[in-house]
Design a protein around this ligand. Structure first.
Ligand code: ATP
Length: 485
């Protein structure tokens, strides 16, 4: 049985063995912090994506979706502040040349202090770190590293460089001539594609404030510390929504979105005690309030989603850089003055969730190793208890044997069900082995076609979580599976 410490490693191994997630270009020994989704991983990811998209756009009449390009005009990133500010303080060890994110180094020290029973010291250290980070006090951060005698895990020495900022954006060249003017960035967040299209969408969609624009897409960050599987990747996907509101109402909307997003997380069937909010002490350059929704991964509580009150920073800055008006005319009457609110640059509440981190969260929650041994027989299984709506395959259709007309009946059930949801047909191996394989990829229902089926048109349905089996009519299959979805 995997303990909490090696549970993470067990999940990673399971993902590879069962076709969920592979290291990128593995035949060349992989590429650090880049991963490929396999046949079942891509289905799981798509189901999560669709669930988020539907809950944001279909269920909110005032939210529409877009799909902006990854490449954007380079001035976008000047205006957004990413060229100047999108960086993390880093420090190098001079003996090993290994580079660390300063906050990660200090957090690891606080972790080990806590494990040794020095919770007070750990808390003081984290408080000091937050204060120094908020003040961009790099000398102070280095002194803190020295004060706690933090050493490099490779060289074992405390021979550190100065603390420096390191920009996380990837750049590349557009066109055939490589000069400075042709340098563009791979977007580090999807949000800017929404901001630059704010007026396009508002005008063509005749949107009235408050309204939102949602987007799912790739983002790229040259992460320095990248060894936590799909938790921290260099190429990943974000599901973001920017909600445009009247200035002065942002606090209220921020609280509403915090609440709504938490409800969405709970709707995944994950218990409330596995989540917590973490309020930011150091606010990003664009925010007047920010928090994270953290999930208790096997590696501890970590951020899955950020909710940020971004003020009018982005739209205002794009207005300045592009010299194009980013204003909205609000003809609702302001009760205080009796006149329309008039022209203003809207304030923005952002909800930004990592798709890959959500995949990891759903996998971590679903993964279970069960000991099924009886007195005379050792037995166990690994089961992924996905909510049926997220499971890669909803129904496996299994003829008991490969003859006597059973495959034909199974095939006809497959033909009836497959237009409605993802089904899987398999006739190889014993039925027990086939059930276990379906458990391992999280298929909630299996049906077995046997000789009795020929006589009375019934099949055995087996439920993944309870392993209970019952006899049902073929005509009931569709309704049973669909009602679980
Ligand atoms: P972190 O502090 O973990 O680096 P962040 O605060 O920089 O994350 P945001 O800029 O708020 O992250 O991005 C929104 C969401 O995008 C995060 O909550 C996370 O789920 C996801 N995300 C950010 N960076 C990565 C990454 N390198 N790999 C996978 N997902 C990421």
């Amino acid at each position: 049985m995997a303990t909490d410490i090696n549970r993470f490693a067990a999940i990673i191994a399971h993902c590879k063995e069962y076709g969920f997630i592979f290291p990128s270009s593995e035949i060349y020994d992989g590429l650090a912090a880049v991963y490929d989704y396999g046949q079942w991983g891509s289905e799981l990811k798509k189901n999560i994506k669709d669930y988020w998209w539907k809950s944001m756009t279909q269920l909110h009449e005032n939210i529409v979706g877009i799909d902006a390009a990854i490449f954007m005009h380079p001035t976008t990133w000047k205006a957004s502040g990413h060229v100047d500010n999108f960086s993390d303080p880093m420090i190098d060890n001079k003996d090993s040349n290994k580079r660390y994110r300063v906050d990660h180094l200090l957090e690891a020290k606080a972790d080990s202090l806590e494990k040794e029973g020095h919770e007070d010291q750990a808390e003081i250290l984290l408080k000091e770190m937050d204060t120094l980070l908020a003040a961009n006090d790099f000398d102070g951060l280095k002194r803190l590293i020295e004060q706690y005698k933090i050493t490099c895990t490779v060289s074992g020495t405390g021979n550190w460089t100065e603390v420096r900022q390191f920009n996380l954006m990837f750049s590349t060249q557009i066109g055939s001539v490589s000069d400075e003017a042709s340098e563009i960035y791979l977007r580090p967040e999807t949000a800017q594609g929404i901001f630059v299209n704010f007026l396009n969408v508002q005008k063509t969609g005749r949107m009235k404030i408050p309204f939102g624009i949602a987007q799912i897409g790739k983002a790229f960050r040259n992460e320095i510390v990248a060894r936590q599987f799909i938790f921290r990747m260099r190429e990943f996907e974000q599901m973001e929504m920017q909600f445009f509101v009247r200035p002065g109402t942002q606090k209220e909307w921020y609280e509403r979105w915090k609440e709504q997003r938490m409800q969405w997380h709970l709707s995944l069937g994950i218990p409330a005690d596995k989540y917590r909010f973490h309020d930011h002490v150091k606010l990003a350059h664009y925010a007047d309030a920010a928090c994270d929704i953290e999930y208790n991964f096997p590696i501890g509580f970590k951020e899955v989603e950020g909710i940020h009150s971004r003020t009018d920073f982005d739209l205002k800055s794009h207005q300045e850089y592009s010299k194009k008006k980013m204003q909205y005319f609000d003809n609702d009457i302001d009760e205080a003055t009796g006149k329309p609110y008039g022209n203003y640059i809207p304030y923005v509440i952002e909800t930004s969730i990592g798709l890959d981190r959500t995949v990891l969260m759903v996998l971590s929650e679903a993964y279970e190793e069960q000991d099924l041994s009886t007195e005379d027989r050792k037995d166990s299984r690994v089961v992924l208890k996905f909510p049926p709506k997220l499971a890669p395959i909803k129904l496996a259709i299994l003829p008991l044997v490969k003859k006597d007309g059973l495959p034909e009946i199974a095939r006809s059930i497959m033909d009836t069900c497959k237009p409605h949801f993802r089904c899987f047909y398999e006739e190889k191996d014993t039925i027990g082995k086939r059930y276990r394989r379906m458990d391992a990829i999280g298929t909630p229902f299996c049906i077995t076609v046997d000789h009795q089926t020929k006589e009375d048109n019934t099949v055995t349905i087996r439920y993944r979580d309870t392993m209970l089996q019952e006899r049902i009519a073929i005509s009931e299959i569709l309704t049973i599976v669909q009602s679980a979805l």
